[in-house]
Design a protein around this ligand. Sequence first.
Ligand SMILES: N[C@@H](CCC(=O)N[C@@H](CS)C(=O)NCC(=O)O)C(=O)O
Length: 204
Amino acid sequence: MAPAYKVTYFDITALGEPIRFLLSYGGIEFEDNRINKENWPALKPSVPLGQMPTLEHNGKVAHQSVAISRYLAKQVKLVGKDDWEDLEIDAIVDTFTDLRTKIGLYHYEQNEKVKEEKAGPLFNEIIPFYMEKLDAVAKKNNGYLAVGRLTWADLFFVSMLDYINFMAKKDIIADSPNLQIVKENVLKIPNIKAWIEKRPKDNL
Ligand SMILES: N[C@@H](CCC(=O)N[C@@H](CS)C(=O)NCC(=O)O)C(=O)O
């Protein structure tokens, strides 16, 4: 029987990886449908909002990586114990998304002169600012990003780190000991370890 879930995304980690991490964490089988850049234009019109990742389940198609991740986090019990805890988890995911967007704006900048202008503020102010704040949060939460225990915020952050580091061309958590503990805490989970061992390499 075909798996109940199908994840469709480019053949890279990036925004598809939190979804793959959460399904793997929960031991939920899924079809890992990877789209070549060359095949994407033909598929785009048939996809909600014309963007990936998408998650298919029971004949329905969902889009938006954060919304899908939040849905899966409920399925695999990586959410808060009440609305306030969920708010704390969401705030971390949104903060990380803010940072990812800023690094993405730099990485995808086509104009070399503008890119150079963006580099100073990004590497000297923006990334250090976020890393200092997030490291303090991880320290307060004993090696997790929210509510003092493992939640989907940790999987969301760690699953996307490789791609963020690729875009920044540096290890953004190199000077953040508590964020390194968050990373270790996620990567030592047996189902996550198994997924990383078997997943395809990014086709960048
Ligand atoms: N907010 C959306 C952003 C989705 C997005 O930007 N997807 C990109 C890949 S990372 C995409 O589909 N690009 C191809 C296109 O727009 O044609 C999410 O988090 O899912």
